[in-house]
Ligand binder design. Structure first.
Ligand SMILES: Cc1cc2nc3c(=O)[nH]c(=O)nc-3n(C[C@H](O)[C@H](O)[C@H](O)COP(=O)(O)OP(=O)(O)OC[C@H]3O[C@@H](n4cnc5c(N)ncnc54)[C@H](O)[C@@H]3O)c2cc1C
Ligand code: FES
Length: 354
């Protein structure tokens, strides 16, 4: 029989039950208790918490995300640690945030379609066995077949009014277990896929009225597409004007241009589209990195908010640019598509609060 322990989460005083073979993050999210998280595999340090009482197994926490002295101080990464007794933890929970919490659940899906949308980039439509509630911009963990318990996280590009068919936009990572070894290798339409979610807090902030710049690099477009569609098609008039800066190296890496042009034509007062190519000049595209184009477009961005998603280096460059344009860190929401290489290199931006 599997032993279960009680986890008390301070400062909110909530109690959840956690199996000895379950991570504390998983137990909290399944019980509908939100605690900060991002990568869910011990590399980003977003879920760092303090163990006030009790014993935990630290699991596969990267030595960069959880330094030795932090372990000695009683810190832990909730996404990889498992209880060895009843535990009291103190997590960095901002009680003021007014975002609905949708408990994480397991789903079985069927791959409805798989389309090449750009070089090494696929759009997957997965039909779930039942509807799911989530916030626009959240992500799912997909189980990678043949690799034990291995999961990889992918953001949903569909919107909450599409609760049954999930859209994913996935870039191939050479040598990657999930992409090269499965999604771009032998995954086929009709296959069953097991997945869990929804995760994350990189979501459309319906409480913010300011105009927003949204910066997307590569498949970092997925959650940002969900937020834009949710605001426009959901007729959330209270959300301010949205400007999308979509970056790619060349035209062959760029996708969904017609989709966003159509939204811009349909909602000219609410949405502006700026596709940018950094290594090619082409009609209808700005030339330069997204940050260069943003720089040239705005003297300053006081009074705006920002959303940024994509590879870590692009996220860091965008944060720097937005801060130079007078945005405060509290006005910038971001999601880094950290992969397992970060576990070995410890790539961490000093601009990103952990
Ligand atoms: C919140 C979140 C949302 C995401 N959403 C998306 C999305 O919508 N679309 C998308 O395309 N991607 C997304 N990603 C990235 C995605 O989760 C995967 O990281 C990516 O697809 C690579 O997975 P993989 O299994 O193919 O590669 P992996 O097997 O994880 O390998 C990735 C790289 O790390 C190296 N590596 C592997 N293990 C180690 C190790 N132990 N030490 C050092 N190096 C190692 C590999 O050689 C390779 O270069 C998201 C990531 C996060 C955190
Ligand atoms: S969510 Fe735990 S280290 Fe990233």
């Amino acid at each position: 029989m599997t032993t279960e322990y009680t986890i008390t989460i301070e400062p909110i005083g909530r109690e959840v039950t956690c199996r000895e073979d379950q991570t504390i993050l998983d137990a909290c999210l399944r019980a509908g208790v939100w605690v900060p998280h991002s990568c869910t595999h011990g590399t980003c340090a977003t879920c760092k918490a303090e163990v006030l009482e009790g014993e935990v197994d630290q699991g596969e926490a990267s030595s960069f995300a959880l330094m030795d002295f932090e372990r000695d101080e009683g810190k832990t990464l909730l996404c990889v640690c498992k209880p060895r007794s009843d535990v009291v933890i103190e997590a960095d929970i901002d009680a003021d945030e007014d975002i609905p919490v949708h408990p994480v659940e397991d789903y079985t899906g069927t791959l409805l379609s798989m389309e090449e949308v750009a070089l090494d980039t696929r759009r997957l439509l997965i039909e779930l066995d039942r509807d799911m509630t989530f916030n626009a911009g959240q992500y799912m963990a997909l189980h990678v077949p043949g690799q034990g318990e291995l999961t990889r996280t992918y953001s949903m590009a569909n919107i909450p009014t599409e609760p049954r068919v999930l859209e994913f936009q996935i870039r191939r990572t050479p040598g990657g277990l999930a992409t090269d070894g499965w999604i771009f290798k032998d995954l086929a339409v009709g296959d069953a896929i097991t997945l869990s979610g929804p995760y994350g807090r990189f979501v459309l902030r319906t409480d913010r009225r300011e105009p927003a710049v949204l910066i997307a690099g590569g498949t970092g477009l997925a959650p940002i597409a969900a937020m834009i569609r949710h605001a426009l098609e959901g007729e959330l008039e209270e959300v301010g004007h949205l400007t999308l800066y979509q970056g790619a190296r060349t035209r062959q890496w760029m996708y969904d241009v017609d989709r966003f042009k159509a939204l811009e034509a349909q909602y000219p007062d609410r949405f502006t589209y700026r596709p940018c190519l950094s290594e090619e000049e082409a009609e209808g595209f700005a030339t330069g990195m997204v940050t260069d184009v943003l720089n040239a477009d705005h003297e300053n961005l006081k009074g705006h908010i920002g959303y940024v998603c994509g590879p870590p280096a692009m996220v860091e460059a965008s944060l720097k640019t937005l801060m130079l344009k007078r945005l405060f860190p509290r006005d910038i929401y971001k999601e880094e598509f950290l992969d397992m290489s970060a576990a070995a290199t410890g790539v961490r931006s000093p601009l990103i609060k952990r």
